[in-house]
Design a protein around this ligand. Structure first.
Ligand SMILES: Nc1ncnc2c1ncn2[C@@H]1O[C@H](COP(=O)(O)OP(=O)(O)OP(=O)(O)O)[C@@H](O)[C@H]1O
Ligand SMILES: O=P(O)(O)O[C@@H]1[C@H](O)[C@H](O)[C@@H](OP(=O)(O)O)[C@H](OP(=O)(O)O)[C@H]1O
Length: 284
């Protein structure tokens, strides 16, 4: 049984009769293959990436289960979909950040029209100034308040200070009046925390000349309740959206690497500014 994803934070959505991704109950995410070059590029990436990446890096990507003809969400009939691991499955109330990495989402091989279109988006957001932008988010507050999920328009208008605030809210139990950052040490810090994982990814990007990940996002996800209940695997760092990922032809992906370094700095600042004890220490 296919459903509209409950926890999608950005991108094309299967609401109001549009073509968008679907999920099922077995933990799979069905992304419609776009009819143009984006579809063929993303499919080619998923079909080849696992043999091209070192083993320790493969976990940063959703598992790929091939393609499947599925009834499209826009009612247009059977349509080929990429079948991916649903990163949100097994999470009841996930807090999610979609961060588009790179100081430009255009690339020289793209058409002039495409470059003009996305360049405008890059200039109007923090892409140009910071080397990354938040594309979408949801932060779980509580049973009573539900999620803080600002509209696309608001997210697109985020300044550097807004980005700082979001990164604090993401790891807070109480978002207002000031984010308490009480999950910062547990989620961002620690020997297997988000920061450590981002640094592992950065070390690979310093060397890899296999792909250029244009317009690709980092999806950060964790479940506050799992952390509070002391359950394991409290967070995930995944790369998504490979519709513009091309062969690197021996050249370092400076665009992604630079954006990733900048994002790492913003995450590190939350840890240094808020030297709070781990959530376990606070509740024990
Ligand atoms: N494997 C996945 N599991 C769970 N959620 C996912 C997965 N892949 C993507 N998503 C959700 O869907 C959103 C959009 O994904 P993606 O960027 O791949 O789509 P898109 O339509 O190509 O986006 P864009 O229009 O920005 O290019 C993400 O922000 C995330 O919320
Ligand atoms: O970040 P925003 O402002 O939400 O804008 C979207 C974003 O730039 C996507 O990368 C782009 O899709 P592609 O990367 O697939 O080109 C999409 O184009 P589209 O809506 O024309 O498909 C834009 O709407």
């Amino acid at each position: 049984m296919f459903k509209i994803p409950k926890h999608q934070v950005a991108g094309h959505q299967a609401i109001d009769g549009n073509l968008g991704p679907l999920v099922d109950d077995s933990g799979r995410f069905y992304k419609p293959l776009q009819d143009d070059e984006r579809g063929t590029t993303e499919l080619a990436f998923y079909q080849s990436f696992s043999s091209k990446l070192p083993h320790h890096i493969r976990g940063f990507f959703p598992v790929f289960y091939g393609t499947q003809l599925v009834e499209a969400s826009d009612g247009s009939g059977l349509h080929p979909h990429l079948v991916l691991q649903d990163i949100t499955s097994n999470h009841l109330n996930p807090s999610i950040l979609d961060v588009k990495i790179g100081s430009r989402t255009w690339y020289p091989e793209a058409s002039e029209d495409y470059i003009q279109k996305v360049l405008e988006g890059d200039r109007l957001t923090t892409t140009v100034t910071l080397g990354f932008r938040i594309s979408g988010l949801q932060i779980y507050e509580s049973k009573e308040s539900g999620y803080w999920k600002p509209a696309r328009k608001e997210v697109k208008s985020f300044s550097a200070d807004d980005v700082r605030l979001v990164l604090r809210k993401f790891v807070s139990l109480n978002l207002e009046p000031e984010p308490d950052c009480c999950f910062a040490s547990t989620i961002y810090g620690g020997c297997s925390g988000i920061l450590e994982q981002l640094l592992e990814l950065k070390a690979w990007f310093e060397d890899q000349t296999v792909y250029h990940f244009h317009s690709c996002s980092l999806l950060l996800l964790f479940d506050k309740e799992s952390v509070l209940n002391g359950r394991t695997v409290p967070f995930k760092v995944k790369l998504i959206d490979f519709a513009h990922t091309v062969e690197a032809k021996g050249v370092i992906d400076h665009n992604f690497l630079g954006g990733l370094c900048s994002f790492i700095k913003f995450v590190s600042e939350v840890l240094t500014d808020f030297k709070v004890p781990t959530i376990e220490a606070r509740f024990n």
